[in-house]
Design a protein around this ligand. Structure first.
Ligand code: F0G
Length: 358
């Protein structure tokens, strides 16, 4: 029996979070996600772990930041939370706003959000707005509106409390390994999460929990790689809709994260993302959304370049769950078809034992 149940990110890490003393936590008991060994994807290479952020309450890493941002917003008297989103931030904001008894408005690029994420936002009662713009345009507009209306809480990662919450994933990795990993590989879109991990590991070092920082590797999709290419991308394009972002708001913090840790930005083609997307559930039982598969594709590239030896520890972050994006799954997982057979013993026996599957 465990002594006490997991209390969620705000209670567990309260002394490390800049929240007002009296603020009542708004929580869905996010955090405490598994660090899953994944050596099958690292033959002859380093020890590999997957940080399963897809196991958070709304099935993405966003919940860590959202619990902190919404806790602070409610304590400050805000009634409405607003965000622009490629989908996961919207799903998370909607859920935490519902939990807090607050209203939520999500502004989304029309036709560019995975179906599950859209349904999550609508299910939680968020006012759901689609505009003819990409994520970058949507974020610019909500920032403008929020600046005019102080009673609205903007909960995109330009809100520093989001990064404060997300840094707690770094604490958990240090806790689980008992040391710093050699490297952390994660997908980068608006560039908040890599900046949050940097903050978390840096804080862990200052506190004496670790004696060096892991190298941070930020993976972008080739068609949406402003941090690799060194220029904003007007029309970002990739199968990984979560990271279809051409003008990352936290670009400067992310560059610093990579520089200070001796890491790098790299880009992977959509076909590499999709190869990892198919591999993860089939070889490891982990169903991740395409953006998360980009981290594993990036790991594979770095592995092939001989970046690590067998004594290294590498963590790849699975940022969101595969169930969020049934459209991509239907089109890209291939095989695994549903076979219709008559409801008769012989037919079912043949289906169970027959050779026709192989
Ligand atoms: N992975 C997933 C599944 C995401 O949803 C996102 C970002 C990222 C990675 C990249 O993280 O933006 O901090 O660099 N999703 C945001 C959203 C943009 O609106 O849900 P980042």
């Amino acid at each position: 029996m465990s002594a006490s149940p997991w209390p969620g990110v705000v209670v567990r890490y309260r002394e490390r979070l800049p929240l007002p003393a009296g603020a009542e936590p708004v929580t869905l008991l996010e955090g405490n996600t598994p660090l899953l060994p994944a050596d099958a994807l690292s033959p002859g290479g380093p020890r590999l772990w997957l940080k399963l952020e897809s196991m958070n309450p709304t099935a993405s890493f966003k919940d860590r930041g959202m619990t902190v941002a919404v806790t602070a917003a409610r304590a400050a008297g805000a009634r409405t939370v607003v965000c622009a989103s490629t989908g996961n931030t919207a799903a998370s904001a909607a859920a935490y706003a519902a939990r807090a008894g607050m209203a939520c408005v999500v502004v989304l690029p029309a036709g560019a959000v995975a179906q599950g994420k859209l349904l999550q936002a609508r299910a939680a009662g968020a006012r759901t707005v689609a505009i003819e713009a990409g994520f970058d345009g949507a974020l610019a507009l909500v920032r403008e509106v929020a600046a005019l209306h102080p009673e609205i809480a903007l909960v995109n990662s330009v809100n520093p409390l989001r990064l404060e919450g997300q840094k707690t994933a770094a604490f958990e990795i240090v806790d689980a390994l008992g040391r710093a990993p050699t490297a952390l590989v994660l997908p980068v879109g608006n560039a908040g999460n890599i900046s949050a991990y940097h903050r978390g590991f840096e804080e862990a070092r200052r506190l004496g929990w670790i004696d060096r920082l892991p190298r941070l590797f930020g993976v972008q999709a080739a068609g949406a790689a402003p941090l690799v290419d060194g220029a904003e991308v007007e029309h970002p394009e990739t199968v990984a809709s979560a990271i279809r972002i051409g003008r990352p708001a936290s670009a400067a913090l992310a560059r610093e994260a990579v520089r200070a840790t001796g890491g790098a930005f790299l880009k992977v083609e959509d076909r590499e993302i999709l190869a990892a997307y198919r591999d993860l559930p089939r070889r490891l039982g982990v169903f991740a959304e395409p953006a998360s598969a980009a981290a594993v594709a990036g790991f594979a590239r770095l592995l092939a370049q001989g970046t690590w030896g067998p004594d290294d520890d590498v963590v790849a972050v699975i940022t969101g769950h595969g169930l969020k994006d049934p459209g991509t799954a239907e089109g890209e997982l291939g095989g695994g078809e549903v076979r219709r057979v008559p409801a008769e013993r012989a037919a079912v026996e043949e289906a169970i034992l027959g050779e026709a599957w192989v």
